[in-house]
Design a protein around this ligand. Structure first.
Ligand SMILES: [Zn+2]
Length: 406
C-alpha cells in the first residue's frame, strides 16, 4: 500500500487518494507510527518484511523464498535439498519481458511444469542431480534440487540464484543469470522445452504472452526458527494469504496456514472470503494474519488507479467486515481485541518495485480506544507526523507493542 507523493495527483500518496474509512478508524482511534521492516542492506520484499514484522531477524532466518514457499506447498525438504522460486517468465529476444509469464493461469502453469518434469529430470541424473519441479499458483512455482555427489556444493547459508525477476523486466537476461552453472543450464534448457509447447502455441494464437522460460531465484535450505507461541505466548494462530511465501513463513513458525477459495494474490482475489475465514479462525485462534497482495501488484504495474482501487477494496471488504465482526464477537469480552494494519513494504508506482522506507502502522485496542484524532487518517504523512522513534520490526518492537508485552 505504501507509496510516495504522486505529483500528477496533487502530491498525494495512494493511501491518501483512496477512500479508506475503516483503516482511518483504526488510525484515528489507535496508536499510529512508523516501523522499519526492511533492515539496512537487505532486499526489500515480502519475505524479508514479513519475517521482520513477526519479529524474526531475516539476517538470521532468511534462507530464501524458495524453501519458505516449498514448506507452504507442503513439499518435504530434507537437509541436503535446496528449494528455489521458479517463476514462469516471458523471454523475448534475450530480454526478460514479463516476470509473470503474462500472469499465466494456474491450470496452464501446471501443464508447463508437467512438461518440464517429463523432459528434464531424467537427463540430469547422470550429471549427479536430482531435479523436481512443483506447480504452485500461477507463475509462482518451485524447483527442488539435490546434489547426488559431494563435489558439487552450493554455499550453505546464503540465498542463491538469479536476480529477482520483477526487478529486471526489460533487461538482458544474460546479465542477470545465476553464477552457479547448474542453475544457468537448467534455465536455458527450460526454454527449449517451453517455447514450442502447445500451451504457449495456444497463448500466442490468442495474442497472450508466452511463458517460455523458468527463472530460478531466492534458493536455499529450510530455516530453523523458534515458534511464534514461544516468542509471544500465542497459543494458536493462522495465516491467510494467496501467496505461498507468506503461508510458508507461517508454517515455519508453528502457525497454521489455510487456503481460502479464490485467494489469488492478485486484483481478482476473494477479499470477502479472507475476512470471513479470519473471523471464523478467531473463534478458536488467538491470532490471525491476513495478507493481501493486490496493492503491491498495482505498484509493480505503475498503475495508480489499480493500486488505489485495490486499497479501497481491501478497506471495504477485509478491514471493515473484520472490524465489525470483532466488535460483535469480542467487544463485550474481558480480553477485548486488537487490530494491527500495515503495508509490509513500499511499492511506489513511480518506481515499479519495492523500496525500503519505514512503513506506517496503526493498532486499535478495543480496551483502550483513543479519542478520535481530527487530523489525518491511515497514510504515510499522518503516520510520520504521529510517529515517535521509528520502531525496529526485526527486534520484535512492533509485535511486543501489539501483544502488550512491554
Ligand atoms: Zn511486490
Amino acid at each position: 500500500m505504501a507509496d510516495y507523493p504522486i505529483p500528477e495527483r496533487g502530491n498525494k500518496t495512494a493511501l491518501q487518494l483512496a477512500s479508506t474509512p475503516n483503516l482511518d478508524f483504526i488510525a484515528t482511534r489507535g496508536t499510529c507510527g512508523l516501523v522499519q521492516t526492511i533492515p539496512e542492506g537487505m532486499t526489500a520484499g515480502s519475505d524479508i518484511a514479513t519475517l521482520s514484522i513477526l519479529g524474526y531477524d531475516p539476517a538470521k532466518y532468511h534462507t530464501g523464498r524458495g524453501p519458505l514457499e516449498a514448506l507452504a506447498m507442503r513439499i518435504p525438504l530434507d537437509e541436503a535439498e535446496f528449494a528455489f522460486r521458479c517463476n514462469l517468465i516471458t523471454e523475448n529476444d534475450g530480454i526478460l519481458a514479463d516476470f509473470s509469464g503474462g500472469h499465466i493461469s494456474t491450470e496452464e502453469a501446471r501443464g508447463l511444469i508437467a512438461a518440464l518434469n517429463a523432459a528434464i529430470p531424467n537427463t540430469w541424473v547422470d550429471k549427479g542431480w536430482e531435479v523436481t519441479f512443483y506447480a504452485g499458483v500461477s507463475y509462482r512455482n518451485i524447483l527442488v534440487l539435490k546434489s547426488r555427489s559431494n563435489d558439487l556444493k552450493f554455499r550453505e547459508e546464503k540465498e542463491i540464484g538469479g536476480a529477482p525477476p520483477h526487478d529486471i523486466v526489460g533487461e538482458r537476461i544474460e546479465d542477470y543469470l545465476p553464477k552457479e552453472a547448474v542453475l544457468k543450464e537448467l534455465m536455458l534448457t527450460s526454454k527449449d522445452v517451453l517455447d514450442t509447447h502447445e500451451i504457449n502455441a495456444r497463448r500466442l494464437a490468442q495474442h497472450e504472452t508466452k511463458a517460455n522460460m523458468v527463472w530460478l531465484w531466492s534458493g536455499g535450505k529450510k530455516p530453523m526458527m523458534p515458534s511464534f507461541s514461544e516468542l509471544y505466548g500465542v497459543q494458536r494462530g493462522t495465516v491467510i494469504s494467496g501467496v505461498d511465501l507468506i503461508k510458508g513463513i507461517g508454517r515455519c513458525v508453528g502457525l497454521d496456514a489455510i487456503d481460502v477459495p479464490g485467494a489469488t494474490g492478485y486484483f481478482d482475489t476473494n477479499y470477502k472470503g479472507k475476512a470471513e475465514h479470519a473471523l471464523r479462525c478467531l473463534e478458536e485462534d488467538d491470532f490471525v494474519l491476513v495478507h493481501v497482495e493486490a496493492p503491491d501488484e498495482g505498484g509493480h504495474l505503475r498503475d495508480i488507479d489499480l493500486k488505489v482501487n485495490a486499497i479501497e477494496e481491501f478497506d471495504e471488504l477485509v478491514v471493515g467486515p473484520v472490524l465489525s465482526g470483532l466488535a460483535d464477537n469480542f467487544a463485550a469480552t474481558e480480553a477485548g481485541y486488537r487490530v494491527l494494519v500495515m503495508p509490509d513494504h513500499y511499492t511506489p508506482v513511480s518506481v515499479g518495485t519495492h523500496t525500503r522506507e519505514p512503513v506506517p502502522f496503526a493498532i486499535y485496542d478495543s480496551l483502550a480506544p483513543q479519542q478520535q484524532k481530527t487530523v489525518g487518517g491511515f497514510d504515510e504523512p499522518s503516520a510520520k507526523k504521529r510517529a515517535g522513534t521509528v520502531l525496529d520490526a526485526r527486534s520484535q518492537e512492533l509485535m511486543r507493542l501489539f501483544f502488550r508485552l512491554e
